[in-house]
Design a binder for this molecule. Structure first.
Ligand SMILES: O=C(O)CCC(=O)C(=O)O
Ligand SMILES: [Fe+2]
Length: 339
């Protein structure tokens, strides 16, 4: 069978290599949609009011995830970006094969499950296309799909608008934490990856997952869900769904924000489940520090309270993260100063 699940047709049962051991299966439990995850209305503001700032801070403290509406990113551009991403996964297998790679160094790679496909015990029900998209160097753009024909133009414009949006959110968090102006400018936000997930309908969603339980290891992430649910967060001992709201942007502060905020902020534990009816496509954008930047609890915060974490290089955090099976608490423990 073809490795890429987006090439599979008429799938009648879950192949054995995608069936999880019983204790890791999502099972048949119906997970309700969360009524609590904050939905923050920015009313198209470049300079959001005090109320929105307070809401974003509170959401970062209590949930480590929130949704934003009226965010200023063009709705038609969001729809066009989703369309070109879906169209890419609908392209013939021979075209997509040119992008297939499990090499994390490659600036554009298409793979199934995880980059560890060859060694992992069981596979996740997803295909993923990841590529760099900041700065918009021609070298990067030339590595992106050239089909559908509008992919590069649309995704280029989308990357720029989403970056503006995420930097604006970081400015708000910077003010809210009382950090010096421009704290997140430069190397802390040097890289940006676009990560498109595609899941075909799964004949038995109780047996497998589309993405494992995880926290995002980077600085901050955004997600554009399509209208098909699947994203869930783990809070207060249970899983709840993140409702797909048309044109909303989901924001997840990453583990680096948890460290920089000295544990004031959370980074939501999340996973993705499959469904048997419809394909699901989502676009994620990850803002990532440069490898050699020092990450530490912000000094403006640790003037008054003890630092919870030691200083480290981002690359050391990231290699520990992948080395420890992407298990957030285990990794954070390696850099903790206090229990
Ligand atoms: O596709 C989703 O809804 C979530 C994706 C995600 O969590 C990730 O790519 O890190
Ligand atoms: Fe994630």
């Amino acid at each position: 069978m073809d490795v890429l699940i987006s090439n599979w047709k008429n799938v009648e049962s879950v192949p054995e290599s995608f069936v999880f051991p019983p204790h890791r299966r999502p099972g048949n439990i119906v997970v309700p949609m969360s009524k609590d995850i904050p939905v923050i209305d920015l009313k198209y503001c470049r300079n959001p009011g005090v109320e929105a700032i307070q809401q974003i801070l509170k959401a970062s403290q209590e949930f480590g995830i929130f949704q934003v509406i009226n965010h200023g990113v063009s709705e038609s551009l969001m729809n066009e970006a989703m369309d070109v991403c879906k169209d890419f996964f609908d392209m013939p297998g021979e075209y997509k094969a040119g992008f297939y790679s499990n090499d994390p160094i490659k600036s554009c790679r298409l793979y199934t499950s995880t980059l560890n496909y060859d060694k992992e015990e069981f596979h996740y029900w997803r295909d993923n296309l990841t590529h760099r998209c900041h700065p918009l160097h021609e070298d990067h753009i030339l590595s992106w799909p050239d089909k559908p024909a509008t992919y590069r133009e649309t995704v280029g414009a989308y990357s720029v608008q989403i970056r503006k949006f995420l930097l604006n959110i970081l400015d708000i968090l910077c003010q809210g934490l009382g950090l010096e102006d421009g704290y997140f400018e430069g190397e802390l936000t040097e890289n940006q990856l676009m990560s498109i997930n595609h899941h075909i309908p799964c004949p038995d969603p109780s047996l497998t997952l589309a993405m494992p339980e995880h926290c995002d290891p980077n600085l901050i992430s955004m997600l554009q869900q399509c209208d098909v649910p699947g994203l869930e967060i783990y809070k207060d001992g249970q899983w709840t769904g993140v409702e797909p709201i048309p044109n909303a942007i989901v924001v997840i502060p990453g583990l680096q924000l948890r460290v920089i905020s000295n544990e004031k902020f959370k980074s939501a534990i999340h996973r993705v489940v499959t469904n048997s009816k419809e394909p699901r496509t989502t676009i994620g954008m990850f803002v990532i520090p440069s490898n050699n930047i020092v990450i530490e609890p912000a000094r403006n915060i640790t003037r008054d309270v003890p630092a919870v974490y030691t200083s480290y290089l981002y690359k050391d955090f990231f290699s520990t993260f992948t080395g420890k099976g992407c298990e957030a608490e285990t990794v954070l423990k390696c850099f903790r100063l206090v229990d």
